[in-house]
Design a protein around this ligand. Structure first.
Ligand code: ADP
Ligand code: ZN
Ligand code: ZN
Length: 822
């Protein structure tokens, strides 16, 4: 009897289980945990999955199929990653398949699109079946086809068994390694043919080429470029394009020399990731207070795994990180430096590049997939990168010996993935990842999250505070302007108070720069009929649409749909539609009216869709080519400009009034962070804070830069209303296309959960936006007190969901869980 082995495979399907496949003898020696395999799934599909485990237990409840092919010679996912994926799946209530989809760059995944190639050297030794012939004929004509294409061939609903037998005969093969999504980038190079590796032969060649003037010129240029016709240079190669340009020749003329056997032309693989040859600078010397903070961090690391560095804006936290990174690299360890947003990576990256050069890798979603595969591969094979700067998905990179994870701006809610699953918080996940590596974690921020500060208060994290700005620059002076009063006195110029305009003027006169902050993009939040109050809403979502003036369209910020502007009110037909409220685009237009001579730029999601575009805006502002920068929360954090003297917060109220229990915490963070952009060497910066509510306690705390007061008052509220960090939250979103069904299903689920968790269940209720892309939504919230086993809670919730969706009336219902929602 032959030994049968089985592999449990992670597949990119939203089913909460692994799938067992048989490993045929041919693949036995190739299978390793963490390698990618191709497997058939269901009747027609084919997937690539990851081997999660190997064993010899035949599953009892189903007939196993065989693995079609093993794609990797060595695993692409290591054991730590698999443990980490497991943790994510369990903690955030999703499937391993969903984690797999999020974790690998898509160039490393292949789905039903897997390509089958024709092996032109195949000679049939046995007779092929008619179906095998059909597939082979098709492939010999088309060279390659996807499995899907082959399934569509007449007489062939399921091509898999045939592909499999053809694979066994080596008549076809499946594209391997890094797959179709990824093609290495190459350049053409020219080198001397080995026949000419003798000086005498080269001399002869010169003579022989005597009549072909152009070719002789190319030949001579080649030797100049390799540094002379002596043996030590013979093996050197030259970029074909360079040779062409330097000798003013054409590709065809170079080709002639290849044909005559003087040159050899080859393809050389080049990296897409730019390398620089700039010389590195050493680390800066730390100031006295930075040094003190640095020493305290290290002392804490002796008996704690995590430290919170609470340092005011511009205190030089990044400089401290650089010192800590350097130290890890010297120990041969790697470092992951997490940032909440792509907008931030530009500046930080250029600072780190100066110190770490080509040992610095960058990983984020504005990179092309091919670039991401190269970074992934580099880390997997331990090639160049020792420090990686990345956004949240970089926690999924295949590190093997992390020594330190830095989580910069740890309070940022963009660390939380909202959609699709896994709905993970990169900060919290990174803590777990660090634990698997035995690595330390440094959380840094000027405005700690309540969660992290509480952990520091409880002694779970070490706490290090740095209240002095680098070089003793003063914290900015904050002036509040009561816009309600100004408006009553008719003193507002559009959305700008006289105080703000005056400060902008003064700054401009002194050749200083200004940042204006408005946490809303677009021209105006919505359009409203002056006669009847009708507001245009998205057809698919229950939200009013945002007016974008430059495209003269209404767009839905939830589903992205755009609509042409209605000329008249759709309810009463009156033409008096008016824009209400204001976004960054409107601010930009109005400020240009007041300061027509001034260079203004805007940075928000709309103006920085690509990596280049936001790099350009930041670069221009850094170089002083922009006087006034207008932006959303994108400009509030981390950016370090040394010539900004005035920051205007145009409307603090919309942040404070946002209907969410974190609104005050978030407002404090945003206002403190954006204020932190003001201030220059030897001169205090000014912040003009416009509000209708100057007595709001959050505003008072921001003005006094009093984090402690803010922390304590917020913590009291959280405790009183049962919110984090005292209680853990789990949101369940029930979705259905039909409004009645969603009501019934969510009521059913609510009742079920209440019977288990009683008063801990809140809802169901319609969320603020109760319809998105034609899906009706209902929300149920669970508040779980400390000390309760969350694993148990999640199991019980899973039972409830399973019961609901297996109920015949609720079949097409979707329930999404969001653990620790933001
Ligand atoms: P934070 O991250 O705390 O906001 P940064 O690290 O961006 O602060 O520092 C603010 C500014 O001070 C930056 O321009 C940085 O280059 C400079 N800086 C900080 N520490 C030093 C140092 N030790 N030597 C020289 N420049 C420093
Ligand atoms: Zn109307
Ligand atoms: Zn919509």
């Amino acid at each position: 009897m032959k030994t049968v082995y089985f592999a449990d495979i992670i597949l990119p399907v939203p089913l909460p289980r692994l799938f067992t496949y048989e490993i045929s003898e041919e693949w036995i020696s190739n299978v390793e945990i963490g390698s990618r395999v191709i497997v058939p799934f269901g009747k027609k599909k084919i997937y690539s999955g990851i081997i999660y485990s190997l064993h010899d237990t035949k599953p009892e409840d189903y007939e196993t199929k065989e693995i079609i092919s093993v794609l990797d010679e060595t695993p692409v996912v290591n054991e730590i990653q698999l443990n980490f994926w497991n943790w994510i799946a369990q903690y955030y209530m999703c499937t391993l398949g969903e984690v797999y989809k999020a974790a690998l760059p898509s160039g490393l995944k292949l789905e039903s699109e897997t390509k089958v190639h024709y092996n032109s050297e195949f000679i049939a030794e046995e007779k092929l079946s008619p179906k095998e012939n059909l597939v082979l004929d098709y492939l010999s004509e088309n060279k390659t086809a996807t499995i899907q294409d082959l399934n569509n061939l007449t007489d062939l609903k399921n091509s898999l068994p045939i592909i499999k037998s053809l694979l066994e005969r080596e008549a076809v093969f499946i594209s391997e390694r890094l797959k179709d999504g990824y093609k290495p980038k190459t350049k053409k190079i020219i080198r001397l043919s080995e026949d000419y590796y003798k000086e005498q032969k080269i001399q002869n060649a010169f003579t022989d080429l005597g009549n072909a003037k152009k070719q002789l010129e190319i030949f001579m240029t080649f030797f100049t470029l390799i540094g002379g016709a002596n043996p030590s240079n013979f093996a050197k190669s030259i970029d074909k394009n360079v040779l062409r340009d330097k000798s003013n020749a054409s590709s065809t003329q170079i080709k002639e020399l290849v044909k005559k056997g003087y040159f050899v032309e080859e393809e050389e693989q080049i990296s897409r990731l730019t390398k620089s040859n700039d010389s590195l600078r050493g680390v800066h010397q730390l100031s006295e207070s930075q040094q003190k903070a640095y020493d305290q961090i290290k002392t804490h690391f002796e008996d704690k795994n995590s430290v919170l560095l609470h340092g005011v804006t511009s205190s030089g936290k990044t400089e401290i990180y650089i010192h800590l990174i350097k130290e890890q690299l010297e120990k041969g360890k790697k470092v992951l430096y997490l940032l909440p947003e792509i907008a931030l990576t530009t500046q930080i990256t250029s600072r780190l590049k100066k110190v770490f050069g080509n040992e610095l890798g960058i990983y984020h979603s504005k990179y092309t997939d091919a670039e991401r595969v190269e970074v992934y591969d580099d880390i997997l094979k331990n090639n160049n990168y020792k420090v990686v700067v990345g956004v949240r998905s970089s926690v999924f990179l295949p590190f093997d010996n992390l020594g330190l994870i830095i989580i910069d701006e740890e309070h940022e809610n963009t660390y939380k993935q909202f959609d699709p699953a896994p709905r993970y918080h990169a900060r919290d996940a990174a803590m777990v990842l660090a634990h698997y590596h035995g690595a330390k974690v440094l959380l840094g921020t000027a405005t700690p999250s309540l969660e992290s500060y509480q952990n520091a208060q409880l002694g779970k994290y070490g706490l290090v505070e740095l209240f002095e700005r680098y070089e003793g620059i003063q914290m900015p002076r904050i002036i509040t302007v009561n816009v309600r009063e100004e408006r009553r006195k008719k003193k507002m110029n559009s959305h700008f108070s006289p105080v703000l305009v005056q400060h902008i003027n003064e700054a401009l006169e002194n050749d200083e720069k200004i940042i204006l902050f408005q946490n809303r993009r677009g021209f105006s939040p919505y359009l409203e009929c002056n006669q009847c109050g009708w507001v245009p809403k998205c057809d698919y979502c229950d939200v009013s649409m945002t007016y974008h003036k430059h495209i003269n369209q209404l767009t839905c910020h939830y589903c992205g749909n755009s609509y042409t502007l209605p000329r008249v009110c759709k309810a009463c037909g009156s033409p008096s539609l008016q824009t209400k409220g204001f976004g960054t685009e409107k601010i930009e237009e109005d400020i240009k009216l007041i300061f027509p001579e001034v260079k203004v730029a805007r940075m928000d999601l709309d103006t920085s869709r690509t990596r280049k575009s936001h790099e350009t805006i930041i670069g221009n502002f850094e170089r002083g080519e922009i006087d006034i920068l207008i932006g959303t929360q994108m400009i509030s954090k981390g950016l370090d400009f040394d010539h900004v003297s005035v920051v205007g917060i145009l409307n603090a109220d919309s942040m404070l009034n946002y209907p969410d229990f974190r609104a005050f915490e978030r407002s404090f963070q945003l206002m403190s962070q954006v204020s932190g952009r003001a201030g220059r060497k030897k001169k205090q910066g000014t912040v003009i804070l416009q509000t209708s509510n100057p007595d709001n306690p959050v505003i008072i705390d921001v003005i006094n830069n009093n984090f402690n007061q803010h922390f304590h008052s917020q913590m009291e509220e959280r405790k009183a209303y049962k919110y984090p960090p005292y209680y853990r939250l789990i949101y369940l979103t029930v979705k259905h296309r039909n409004q009645n069904t969603v009501n019934q299903a969510s009521d059913y689920l609510g009742e079920y959960l209440r019977s288990v968790f009683s008063h801990r269940v809140v809802g169901p209720q319609a969320p603020t936006i109760s319809k998105i892309q034609n899906w009706h939504l209902r929300k149920i919230m669970l508040k779980i007190e400390g000390g309760v086993s969350l694993t148990k809670v999640k199991d019980l919730i899973q039972d409830a969901i399973t019961t609901l969706v297996s109920h015949p009336g609720f079949k097409a219902t979707i329930v999404q869980a969001d653990v620790d929602p933001m």
